[in-house]
Design a protein around this ligand. Structure first.
Ligand code: ADP
Ligand code: AIR
Ligand code: ASP
Length: 256
């Protein structure tokens, strides 16, 4: 197949023009960065695993009525998605204190939060993704109040569903980051908010229920070792990794 036009290269993925108008191809790289690009590395096989894990989770979410950008996986490292106008906000949902929240408020990692907390960060590498409030988001026109309401409702729904799904495979969903976009459907007047980007151990904290072992990108960020194995273990528990390794095979259609 002729190589498609590259639209964008980010830290973890490359976007190519899709085969039909209104679509893009996400290519998942093995590159990993942390702390706003200060730490760089490669996690062998990460792209293949994240492509599968994100496909799996987006598909399950689609089945419960959460609109997502996902259309279909194309191969080991690529998936076809609807092209959206990305809302430049990173939405972080937290169930258990960890990472920047623990640091900011001196709450020991692992402390359960009284209720799930949603935070917003302005997606801007030069500025180091600063935390913002709804007021900033509306004042600077990044999203309108109705869109924020929709994004928050969807984020909580995703949290409820994914917490249960991961609990079923003995993983605690500590926190995660989502991105949303506006999808302009020709048939509709108003754009629709859809879940975009990816959901994978790159943007979720996942701890083993029994041992508390970290099975996510914190292994890379904190030099804990066993990074590849952690991503593989998440895929294995979700039932999308054959025992022999990350091959291009179809996983079970449902797990719960
Ligand atoms: P970053 O840009 O932070 O380095 P990635 O390497 O993951 O991140 O690049 C993927 C880029 O594609 C992100 O900027 C993300 O916002 C954007 N994106 C994700 N899904 C879509 C989509 N459906 N349509 C258009 N852009 C998307
Ligand atoms: N995240 C935030 N920005 C990029 C990413 N991947 C994710 C982290 C973590 C959650 O958001 O992977 O799951 C909260 O991150 P932090 O650093 O604010 O504690
Ligand atoms: N990927 C982001 C970065 O490069 C944030 C992170 O995952 O720590 O900084």
């Amino acid at each position: 197949m002729a190589r498609r036009k590259q639209l964008y290269e980010g830290k973890a993925k490359i976007l190519y023009e899709g085969p039909e108008p209104g679509t893009v191809v996400q290519y998942f790289k093995d590159d990993a960065t942390a702390f706003n690009n200060q730490k760089k590395g490669t996690i062998t096989g990460k792209g293949v695993l994240n492509n599968r894990i994100s496909e799996y989770l987006m598909t399950r979410l689609g089945e419960i009525g959460v609109p997502t950008h996902f259309i279909r996986r194309l191969n080991m490292r690529e998936q076809l998605v609807k092209e959206v106008e990305i809302i430049p906000i990173e939405v972080v949902v937290r169930n258990v204190a960890a990472g920047s929240l623990s640091k900011k408020f001196a709450i020991p990692e692992g402390t359960p939060l009284p209720r799930s907390i949603i935070e917003f960060y302005y997606k801007n590498d030069e500025l180091g993704d600063p935390m913002v409030s709804e007021e900033h988001i509306t004042a600077f026109n990044w999203a309108d109040p109705l869109e924020i309401d929709e994004i928050m409702a969807m984020s909580l729904r995703v949290n409820d569903y994914l917490s249960g799904l991961f609990l079923g495979v003995q993983l605690r969903l500590v926190d995660f980051k989502l991105e949303f976009g506006r999808y302009y459907d020709e048939e509709e007047e108003e754009p629709r908010i859809v879940l975009a980007d990816e959901i994978s151990p790159d943007n979720c904290r996942l701890w083993d229920m029994a041992t508390g072992e970290k099975l996510d990108k914190d292994r890379f960020r904190r030099d804990l070792g066993g990074v590849e194995e952690a991503y593989q273990e998440v895929a294995r528990r979700l039932g999308i990794l054959p025992e022999s390794g990350p091959r291009d095979v179809q996983g079970p259609s449902t797990l719960q």
